[in-house]
Design a protein around this ligand. Structure first.
Ligand SMILES: Nc1nc2c(ncn2[C@@H]2O[C@H](COP(=O)(O)OP(=O)(O)OP(=O)(O)O)[C@@H](O)[C@H]2O)c(=O)[nH]1
Ligand SMILES: [Mg+2]
Length: 299
C-alpha cells in the first residue's frame, strides 16, 4: 500500500475542486462557475486499493495586484514549500495556455517540482477543446517530457490513468487517515462553505466575490438536532438587499439549498437561521482578509 500528500494547482475555474470531488468520490470542496471560489486549502482523501492520497485543493492561481489575490497565491506557494509528495497541475481545455499557466509553470519549475498534468474539461468539445498536444508543447519549455493526461472531472473520465500517475509518485506507507475519512474539515468550516456555495451560485456580478459566510454558532441540543446560526457577510450596505432579494426570496432560496446539502452531510435535523450583515470593505482590510482566509491565529 502507498500513501502521501498531493496538492492541486491551476488557474481559477480550471476545475480543481470538481476534480478533487471526483477523485475522492465525495463532495469535499465547493464548486461554482465564478473564479476564485476556493479560498482556503481544503483536504480531500481518496481511499483506493493502491493506497491513500490526501489531496489539498488550493485556491486558483491568479495574476492580479489585488491584496486578496496576492494572499491566495501565497497559499499555493506555501503549500509547495511544504514539499508534497505529488503536485497535480490542472489545465483547462476550454482555453489556451496564457499568462497564468506561464507564471505557475515558472514557479513550479524553479522549485524543482515535476507535476502530474491533467487537462480537464475535455468533454467541452462543442466549444472546441484545446488538444493535449497544444498543452504538451507549451509545457515542454519547462519540462522536456511532460505527459498531459486528458480528463473530464465532470464525467469522471480519465481517472484511472490519473490515479496511476499520482500513485507512481508516492512511497509505500500506511494510510495517513482512517480509511473511511474523505475530508478533515471542521464542521463550522464545512457549514460555512456549503452556504457560501449556494449563495455564490445564486448571486451575480461582483457579489459572489464580495461575500463570506460566518457561522456565529452551531450546537446540538440533542443527538437528533443541529442548530446553526450563520451570516452572509457583504462589503457594503447597498449589497444587503441584493442578497435578501424581493420579499426575502433570494436568501430563502440560498437557505433552502444549503439546508438540503447540510442534511446529506450531517445526520441530524437541521435548523438554519441565516441572515445578512455588513462587514464593511472587508476585502480592503488586510487583517479581515486573513481572518476570512483562516490565516490569523485566532480565526
Ligand atoms: N465541462 C466541464 N466543466 C467543468 C469540468 N470540471 C469543472 N467544470 C466547471 O468549471 C467551473 C469551475 O469549477 P471548479 O471546480 O469550481 O474550479 P476550480 O479550479 O476549483 O476554481 P477556483 O476554486 O475558483 O480556483 C464549474 O462551473 C464547473 O462545473 C469538466 O470536466 N467539464
Ligand atoms: Mg476550487
Amino acid at each position: 500500500m502507498k500513501s502521501g500528500f498531493a496538492v492541486t494547482v491551476g488557474r481559477p475555474s480550471c476545475g480543481k475542486s470538481t476534480l478533487i470531488n471526483t477523485l475522492c468520490g465525495h463532495k469535499v470542496s465547493i464548486v461554482s462557475s465564478v473564479p476564485q471560489t476556493t479560498r482556503r486549502p481544503v483536504r480531500g482523501i481518496a481511499n483506493r486499493e493502491e493506497g491513500q492520497i490526501v489531496f489539498s485543493d488550493m485556491p486558483g492561481f491568479h495574476l492580479s495586484g489585488k491584496e486578496f489575490n496576492r494572499v491566495l497565491n501565497e497559499t499555493t506557494a506555501a503549500a509547495l514549500r511544504g514539499r508534497p509528495d505529488a503536485v497535480l497541475y490542472v489545465l483547462d481545455a476550454t482555453r489556451l495556455p496564457g499568462a497564468e499557466e506561464e507564471a505557475l509553470a515558472q514557479l513550479l519549475a524553479q522549485a524543482g517540482v515535476v507535476p502530474v498534468f491533467a487537462l480537464n474539461k475535455i468533454d467541452a468539445a462543442d466549444d472546441g477543446a484545446v488538444p493535449a498536444e497544444t498543452y504538451r508543447r507549451f509545457l515542454s519549455r519547462f519540462w522536456a517530457d511532460a505527459e498531459v493526461l486528458p480528463v473530464s472531472a465532470l464525467r469522471g473520465e480519465g481517472m484511472q490513468r490519473l490515479f496511476a500517475s499520482l500513485f507512481a509518485r508516492l512511497e509505500e506507507g500506511p494510510p495517513l487517515y482512517p480509511e473511511d475519512y474523505y475530508t478533515d474539515q471542521p464542521p463550522d468550516f464545512r457549514i460555512a462553505e456549503i452556504i457560501r456555495e449556494k449563495a455564490m451560485n445564486r448571486l451575480s456580478e461582483e457579489l459572489p466575490h464580495s461575500i463570506y459566510v460566518e457561522v456565529a454558532d452551531w450546537e446540538m441540543p440533542s443527538d437528533t438536532e443541529l442548530w446553526i446560526r450563520a451570516f452572509i457577510c457583504v462589503e457594503k450596505e447597498s449589497q444587503k438587499g441584493m442578497v435578501v432579494g424581493k420579499d426575502g426570496v433570494k436568501i430563502g432560496a440560498i437557505r433552502k439549498a444549503a439546508k438540503r446539502e447540510l442534511k446529506s452531510v450531517f445526520p441530524q435535523n437541521i435548523r438554519l437561521d441565516l441572515r445578512v450583515k455588513v462587514s464593511k470593505n472587508w476585502r480592503k482590510n488586510g487583517y479581515q482578509i486573513k481572518s476570512v482566509l483562516g490565516l490569523n491565529k485566532d480565526s
